[in-house]
Design a protein around this ligand. Sequence first.
Ligand SMILES: Cc1cc2nc3c(=O)[nH]c(=O)nc-3n(C[C@H](O)[C@H](O)[C@H](O)COP(=O)(O)O)c2cc1C
Length: 231
Amino acid sequence: MILDVYEAVTSRRAVRGFTDRHVPREVLERVLSAAAWSPSGSNLQPWHAYVLTGAPLAELKKRALERVAAGAPGDEREYETYPPALKSPYRERRFAFGRERYGELGIAREDWAARQRAAAANWDCFGAPAALFCYIDRELGRPQWADVGMYLQTVMLLLRAEGLHSCPQMAWSVYRRTVAEILSPPEGLILFCGMSIGFEDVTVGCARTGRAPLEETVTFVEGSVLRSHAA
Ligand SMILES: Cc1cc2nc3c(=O)[nH]c(=O)nc-3n(C[C@H](O)[C@H](O)[C@H](O)COP(=O)(O)O)c2cc1C
């Protein structure tokens, strides 16, 4: 599937409904081999990716869903997913996301139990037959976390080129010990996020998320200011 980069970027979205169609190992290898060309400061390549399919993924889903069903608390957090008090404009954007996400499922804002049930689909990887778990070394800093983000976006865009979809999931950091039981990562790694991978189940509804207008997030600095300084 030949996909223009713009098409890859704009057709990527967090898909939350997958078919059980098998994702071939060679496709995943092709994607991850190309994604290795992602940039990173001083070429540290700070990503540690684990790819799970078949019985190990089924076992992980089973164990995570058992924890949810038992009402077990999440594992102690290794990083803060969001600041406790989100300031404007992020608070409003998060609110708008919740409204879009749960609105499409017909769940009211105050219906916490229904929201939790919808969120539980995370532990089934939304039905996806493949998942990637991305770790980063505990000793690395913010620039390396940014490198990992670039890597993950590259993976997601390449998946589009293969006709596949994805959903990045920080939710998995909540059950990171269960993930570790299956993956046995070396000491010293922090689980940043999971990522469901597969073919989209087009029968599952999906509202496209919006974006802030360009002026809110981008500032063009142009004109003659610098030139007049240089003169
Ligand atoms: C680092 C990261 C973690 C995310 N974690 C979750 C998650 O745990 N569960 C989920 O359903 N979506 C998750 N998302 C998806 C976001 O909600 C989604 O990217 C955002 O709302 C924009 O929508 P779009 O990706 O469909 O364009 C995550 C996205 C990122 C980048």
